[in-house]
Write a protein that binds this ligand. Structure first.
Ligand SMILES: [Zn+2]
Length: 197
């Protein structure tokens, strides 16, 4: 089945909905449910590009563009239901349902597409507090750890609870050595920033 709810055909879609209702957003970097496809038939060519890059050369674009072309297609896995969407050559997505012995299997690994570094992948921590609460949000405060660890209860309506939890997670991720960047915003103003550099 082709992906659904596309706004237009013939271009890469920035948002689309899974069959289960989850909304895929393809608008940022380092998305945990997205991976690039490198065909085994193209590995040799990519290795040749990397080997060329190790030699002295003058033009970086000569390497960058052809390497990106080789990994131009993407796939997405729904973090709610585990369905896989593989990009076709016309920017549509073909949907695959996880099965076990020909039966749909809901209990599958839903993190198939995360970094090769797994839980050790270096990510970011975001905290955002808005008071008064805007109409488009359900809660005043949200903490978003973009790392390959699971955190629950990251929505807040009590400021002290929000701030305490943010610093707790910040110290934990920093302690594990997997944090690149952290920022906490209160009503749009940066109250805390940290970078590993
Ligand atoms: Zn889904």
């Amino acid at each position: 089945m082709k992906g659904q709810d596309f706004e237009e055909k013939g271009e890469r879609q920035l948002h689309f909905f899974c069959q289960c209702g989850f909304r895929f957003n393809d608008t940022s970097d380092s998305i945990a449910y997205k991976a690039r496809i490198l065909a085994d038939q193209d590995v040799k060519e990519l290795v040749e590009i990397l080997e060329y890059g190790e030699q002295p050369h003058s033009d970086d674009l000569e390497l960058f563009a052809p390497a990106c072309d080789l990994i131009g297609r993407s796939m997405f896995q729904c973090p709610q239901c585990g369905r896989l969407y593989v990009e076709d050559s016309d920017y549509s997505y073909i949907q695959f349902v996880p099965c076990e012995e020909a039966e749909p299997a809901p209990e599958v690994n839903k993190k198939l597409l995360i970094s090769a570094h797994g839980k050790l992948w270096h990510g970011c921590l975001y905290g955002d507090w808005k008071n008064p609460k805007p109409d488009y949000l359900e809660h005043k405060g949200y903490i978003e750890p973009q790392v390959n660890l699971d955190y629950d209860n990251l929505e807040f309506d009590d400021y002290n609870a929000f701030e305490t939890r943010y610093y707790e997670i910040f110290e934990e991720l920093k302690g594990k050595g997997i944090l690149e960047y952290a920022v906490m915003r209160v009503n749009g103003i940066k109250k805390h920033t940290w970078s590993c550099e």
